[in-house]
Design a protein around this ligand. Sequence first.
Ligand SMILES: C[S@@+](CC[C@H](N)C(=O)[O-])C[C@H]1O[C@@H](n2cnc3c(N)ncnc32)[C@H](O)[C@@H]1O
Length: 411
Amino acid sequence: MTDPDLTRHYDAYPYPARDPRDEDKRLLEGSPSHLAELIHHLFAGVWPKARPFRALVAGGGTGDGLVMLAQHCADAGLAAEITYLDLSAAARAVAEARIARRRLTGVRFSTGSLTDLATLAPGPYDYIDCCGVLHHLDDPPAGLRALAAQLAPDGGLGLMVYAPEGRTGVYPLQSALRRLAGPELPDAERVRLARALVGSLPAGNWFRRNPFLGDHQQSDAGLYDLLLHARDRAYTVADLAELVDGAGLAIAGWVPPVRYDPAVLITDAKLKARAQRLDPLAAASLAEELLGSHKTHVVYAVPKARGDTVARPAPDQVPVLREIDGKALAAGFKPGQAITLDLGGHKAKAPLPDLSGAIFALIDGQRSLGAIAQALAVARPNQDPIRLSAQVTELARVLIRFGKLHLARIS
Ligand SMILES: C[S@@+](CC[C@H](N)C(=O)[O-])C[C@H]1O[C@@H](n2cnc3c(N)ncnc32)[C@H](O)[C@@H]1O
């Protein structure tokens, strides 16, 4: 399949299907490219406000990652220069309309292939988003190398690729549809036939039995992308690590970390101890093998020479909550309460420190962990300040693991 075919696909069905008017009602947030999350993973938790943030969204589609990143930068008062690139002019038109609807500035739009990045939109970039694109390329390693070549030496990438386990049943059905509703038919007819086939699959068919797939029910664009795509492949944890390594990059973090932690999937003590002896990559592979619901993998990656770039709890780090209501938790927290996360058929659970309610009340996206520990100690003069500080650190650790807290200071 050549890029003109891909362009035709995404011009006919810009993905994901979005109406720019919805920008008045909500901001879609996700991973990668959540600003606090990428600062946590790629910049050790700190981005200097005075430094312009140069970002590229490669294969930006209808703009989900672009809009989130541009909005987050605007909200943080960060001077951002964001470049959007996509093969599809139709997808770009939707992304442009969404940015305009939000009156966001500092975004430059370009149409073409990321493999021509060096001429179309050369870097250096501090950050490159490439979400759901590499697995559609004719030569994904060459695509990732083209991105890495435009990265600043102290920059990083946020990547998403398909994963095989959660897509069980997709590839046989794609193959069946190539036989029954191939590209010789008009697109609308292919979509109609695909819906008819999906609606009448035998009970034992793995696509029918797979509870993790719903894109085909959302829109024609979703169905086309999932089932009629002429070129997509899925990456295991090990495949993705190899792809990243081949581009001279190292994985800084898997998102969220708990999704790649076999400890939350194993109860037997001996098995748990054996799992704990695995190196981080083998442990992530084990989690993928056991969980069975990974449809995608999201990672942050950096040039190998950068070494460790991930923020760790420390007194000067600023915690930022994500997708949880700190105020409600502050008001209603009961000692012994745990955090849970649905990993797709399995609920991961971890206990929270007893003083979490009081700590939640102090997390405001501005105060540092040190300042929070200090405020806690002032309110509890009879308690050991070291123990109080340890509770702050422990809460941050657990929430980071569950993807509900990032360490991100923009100053
Ligand atoms: C599945 S969509 C993902 C869109 C967006 N990144 C998101 O996550 O919502 C894939 C997008 O990649 C674009 N694309 C595919 N190959 C490309 C290439 N070689 N260069 C630039 N864009 C490409 C397609 O046109 C399409 O808009």
